[in-house]
Ligand binder design. Structure first.
Ligand SMILES: [Fe+2]
Length: 293
């Protein structure tokens, strides 16, 4: 694993509260990936059968749980199997939540659980368009789901049974990335945020912040010269490795691998240990404008 630069490695071997690493908010908030090469998500007896793309229903690229109810989406199989699959993913959600609150005690009572997902399919050939092609470096931003400044914290674990790493590229700092494209991003059309929400295209209002984040996502993915020659490093996450980052801040690309667990958490930017590290604060500083209007 390329342990230098963006990725910081830690020796933890347990998800439980007595593990050694805690209070590392400043590391994750400054745009690093925290990697735990000895922190496997242990499968229980019989769960190995789920490491097979046949459990994905073919429409979704992953199997997921939606909270608070924890209902299973994107899976196909017999009812008893689906109950067991739901249990496996829910256990990952519980482990990763306890783990995140140990790493980042400042977020206690503030971190909100988002979708939990299991990705039994490979990366190759998955993208339907350049905008959805996650093998290109990008920050996470979604057209239909404006975050309005809320942070996206993700806990990943490679559960591949055949030794295959999850292969990522990681890139330049968020501030450098924003500075690269901000000058060439036009403002949204007047009334467009209202219209997108009124038509149900966005779940809530697309703020100035969301407009810029989406533009950064799209500009980066469309810019093949940026993809080829911008500062970047390859990182292989071997099976049994867990890693954590703010995926709305860390430039990342998923180049290969199969069988991964992923838990999303939401955190208001104001609840960071250092709110000035948030993409919202960086973009407001660089543009000189309030962006939640
Ligand atoms: Fe992503």
């Amino acid at each position: 694993m390329g342990g230098d630069g963006i990725v910081h490695e830690y020796p933890d071997t347990t998800w439980a509260d007595d593990g050694p690493t805690r209070g590392v908010e400043a590391v994750v908030e400054s745009g690093h990936v925290l990697a735990f090469p000895h922190l496997a998500f242990g499968l229980e007896h019989g769960e190995e059968r789920f490491l097979d793309p046949r459990w994905a229903d073919g429409k979704a690229k992953n199997v997921s749980l939606r909270w608070p109810a924890g209902e299973l989406r994107g899976a196909a199989g017999a009812p008893a199997d689906l109950v067991a699959l739901q249990g496996m993913i829910a256990r990952y959600a519980d482990r990763s939540e306890a783990f995140a609150l140990r790493l980042f005690p400042h977020y206690r009572g503030k971190l909100r659980r988002g979708n939990s997902s299991f990705r039994p399919t490979g990366i190759a050939g998955r993208a339907r368009s350049w905008r959805q092609d996650d093998t290109r470096l990008h920050i996470d931003a979604f057209p239909s789901n404006p975050m309005q400044g809320t942070r996206l914290l993700r806990v990943f674990c490679n559960v591949n049974p055949r030794g295959e790493p999850r292969r990522w590229r990681v890139g330049e700092s968020f501030e450098a990335h924003a500075a690269r494209y901000l000058g060439s991003i036009a403002p949204p059309w007047p009334g467009s945020a209202w219209l997108l929400a009124a038509l149900g295209i966005t779940k809530r209002r697309r703020t100035g912040y969301d407009h810029l984040m989406l533009q950064l996502h799209d500009r980066a993915k469309a810019d093949l010269e940026f993809q080829r020659s911008s500062p970047q490093q390859r990182v292989d996450f071997a099976p049994g490795t867990t890693w954590v980052c703010f995926s709305d801040q860390v430039l990342h690309a998923a180049m290969g691998g199969q069988h991964m667990m992923e838990q999303t958490f939401y955190l208001d930017a104001g609840d960071l240990a250092d709110p000035s590290s948030a993409p919202l604060a960086v973009l407001e500083r660089l543009t000189g404008q309030p962006l939640l209007a």
